[in-house]
Design a protein around this ligand. Structure first.
Ligand SMILES: NC(=O)c1ccc[n+]([C@@H]2O[C@H](COP(=O)([O-])OP(=O)(O)OC[C@H]3O[C@@H](n4cnc5c(N)ncnc54)[C@H](O)[C@@H]3O)[C@@H](O)[C@H]2O)c1
Ligand SMILES: [Zn+2]
Length: 369
């Protein structure tokens, strides 16, 4: 047993129920150092193949020496423009060359791009090998590593090709976030704000009150954000893995957010930044309809401003964004399922949001007509 110490509080463990079985999310500083033991305990092995990116590996590779993996990891490019079938083909080639077999466990070390591509490769190689996620961005720790959604982009749309493949274990070590560029770190914080709006308003208070400590990546400020966010995501996906109802609440801010990413060809915004704008648009629609308190709009607006400036949207047209929403996966049988906030920590689904409302809200947040 690890000795408790002042500097390293014991890790938090959250259990997620998936159709394929339960898995643990282990969160805490230095948890990467226990990865091998966690995998042993979950009977994940005997063979372990690590997949990461050069950048992540240069920073954190040495910490994985002890997990009994093949000596050289498979290194692939990360970044959204590499999240495609070509990179998946490279991963699969490397697995074939490494003679990965049914006793092999894949360990994905990286941000959401690595996690989604490696998860998808693990879902398809030999019709499915277990995958362990070690998320290294804030966004991946609080969101993408949990829930089993995997996949890649098609030139015509984001995440159009994919599979559900729940991980067998997730180890989120906030200490790795020390090396994350500030912009990437901040992008993850918008998703934490999302959890605050949809489920746990204390997260909004926490960010507002300790923004400096959070940006300084002080463990006692960051780890509770990761834990609280993971708990919400874990609860939601345990109740609704395939997104037939409750999981849709996680799409708060994502209707307009994804559209902003699409019309700017995924170049102008980090995903979280687009969600920052998307949340403001969703709140504006709610306020205009009378379902969202104006005070909540103002609270989130000032919190987002407190984190720093977002890239400008002044050159983006509300008309283009509306058109992009029509092409989104959230349109089911012609109906847009729009998540609005009804109070701090509560959501309501609207299925009759009009073009006029969306255009008015996107203009309110700064888009041109
Ligand atoms: N599967 C899901 O449920 C789900 C949910 C949300 C988002 N996503 C996906 O996640 C992706 C975005 O993930 P992301 O924001 O993590 O981006 P990313 O994976 O592109 O990582 C961002 C950058 O940070 C670098 N990086 C990663 N960890 C680092 C570290 N510890 N130190 C220094 N640099 C580091 C990477 O090399 C990369 O350049 C999108 O493709 C999105 O679709 C998936
Ligand atoms: Zn998101």
């Amino acid at each position: 047993m690890a000795q408790p110490s002042v500097s390293t509080p014991p890790p938090n463990r959250i259990v997620v129920s998936a159709a394929a079985g339960k898995y643990s999310v282990v969160i805490g500083d230095s948890t990467i150092d226990t990865l091998g033991k966690e995998m042993d305990a979950a009977r994940l092995g005997p063979r372990r193949i690590l997949i990461s990116s050069q950048r992540v590996w240069d920073f954190h590779g040495p910490r994985f020496r002890s997990i009994g993996a093949d000596r050289t990891p498979i290194l692939i490019e990360d970044g959204e423009r590499y999240k495609n079938l070509n990179t998946v083909a490279r991963i699969l080639d490397a697995l074939v060359k490494a003679q990965a077999d049914r006793s092999t466990v894949i360990v994905a070390v990286g941000g959401g791009v690595i996690g989604d591509m490696v998860g998808f490769s693990a879902a398809t190689y030999l019709r499915g090998l277990p995958v362990v996620h070690v998320p290294t961005t804030l966004l991946a720790q609080v969101d993408s590593a949990i829930g089993g959604k995997t996949g890649v982009n098609h030139p015509l749309g984001k995440n159009l090709i994919g599979a559900f493949h729940a991980p067998s274990l997730v180890v989120a070590d906030p200490a790795v976030l020390q090396t994350l560029p500030r912009r990437e770190f901040r992008a993850g914080l918008y998703e934490v704000i999302k959890y605050g709006v949809i489920a746990d308003p204390s997260l909004l208070d926490r960010i507002r009150e300790s923004v400096t400590a959070i940006f300084n990546r002080q463990p006692e400020a960051v780890a509770p954000l990761v834990t609280a966010s993971c708990r919400i995501k874990a609860d939601v996906v345990s109740a609704d893995e395939r997104e037939s109802g409750l999981r849709r609440t996680l799409n708060f801010g994502h209707t307009v957010g994804h559209a902003l990413e699409a019309v700017t060809k995924y170049k102008q915004f980090r995903h979280g930044e687009a969600i920052g704008y998307g949340m403001l648009a969703a709140l504006a629609i709610g306020v205009a309809r009378g379902v969202t308190p104006k005070s909540l709009y103002e609270e989130v607006e000032s919190l987002i401003a407190q984190l720093g400036p977002l890239p400008s949207v002044a050159d983006i047209s509300a008309k283009d964004v509306y058109a992009a929403i029509g092409r989104d996966k959230k349109v089911v049988a012609g109906t847009l399922h729009f998540v609005a906030a009804s109070a701090r920590g509560k959501t309501v689904e609207l299925t009759d949001v009009t073009e006029k409302e969306i255009k008015a809200a996107t203009r309110k947040i700064g888009l041109r007509a």
